[in-house]
Design a protein around this ligand. Structure first.
Ligand SMILES: [Zn+2]
Length: 242
């Protein structure tokens, strides 16, 4: 029996002979491994389907050793991402984060899928400053998992009057100076403003933002640390943080 899904290639590994194993992040089934047969040979019909970021419609059949891709139509290859080193590192960071996630419901998969497409489009086509979209992706990911990071209020006393801002990574909450816990860490003001602006700006308006210099990188480190605490997974973000 064959099945059809809309998916994005988030990993692609060589297999024996000219085969490739691809990990798809799909709208219908979350993450699914499948094999592309003979795709490394020249003139292969489904050659595009082995490329990272490629978004398309995939048809599978169950084979002895797992799913075999028997049909593929490209919707958007996002091939421009692989032609620009900064875009490439930013977008592979998104794939690394997707690889680290586990999903508990179909709704969560669907929402994350839509978020991923918006993110890849914004990195690929919208002429955004480096790392703004990656920061936005993490901020939105926290929101859709039910633990938004940005708040204009202290999570303890409710005050909106911040002189200095702190984050408690154990809870992923923002605190004022008076309420901060022993392990809370200060967020530099410019990084907190970057968090606020990115949180309140839609993907298609990100290219109008101008954040304080370097605040996007300082914020990214805070977002990654929060991700690691919330999801109990470590991230490397090659080309950006390592
Ligand atoms: Zn407080």
């Amino acid at each position: 029996m064959s099945e059809k899904v809309k998916g994005i290639v988030i990993r692609s590994n060589d297999r024996k002979e000219k085969d490739k194993n691809i990990l798809l992040f799909s709208l219908e089934k979350g993450k699914v491994w499948a094999t592309l047969k003979g795709v490394r040979g020249s003139g292969a019909k489904m050659k595009l389907a082995q490329n990272l970021f490629c978004f398309g419609e995939f048809v599978f059949e169950d084979g002895k050793a797992g799913k075999i891709v028997t049909g593929f139509d490209v919707i958007e290859s996002f091939h421009e991402i692989s032609e620009d080193i900064e875009k490439y590192f930013e977008a592979t960071a998104v794939l690394e984060i997707l690889n680290a996630l586990e999903f508990s419901s179909e709704t969560e998969v669907a929402k994350t899928f839509v978020l991923t497409l918006k993110t890849l489009k914004a990195i690929c086509f919208d002429n955004n400053k480096h790392l703004y979209v990656l920061d936005k992706f993490l901020i939105e990911l926290f929101k859709l998992n039910g633990f938004p990071l940005y708040s204009d209020k202290c999570s303890v006393c409710g005050s909106e009057n911040f002189e200095r801002v702190f984050i408690d990574y154990a809870t992923g909450e923002i605190e004022c100076m008076a309420c901060r816990g022993f392990v809370s860490e200060e967020i530099p003001k410019t990084a907190f403003l970057a968090l606020k602006f990115l949180s309140n700006t839609d993907f298609d308006r990100l290219n109008t933002l101008k954040l304080a210099e370097n605040s996007e990188l300082v914020l990214l480190k805070i977002l990654v640390k929060n991700f690691e605490s919330r999801f109990d997974r470590n991230l490397r973000l090659i080309g950006i943080l390592s």
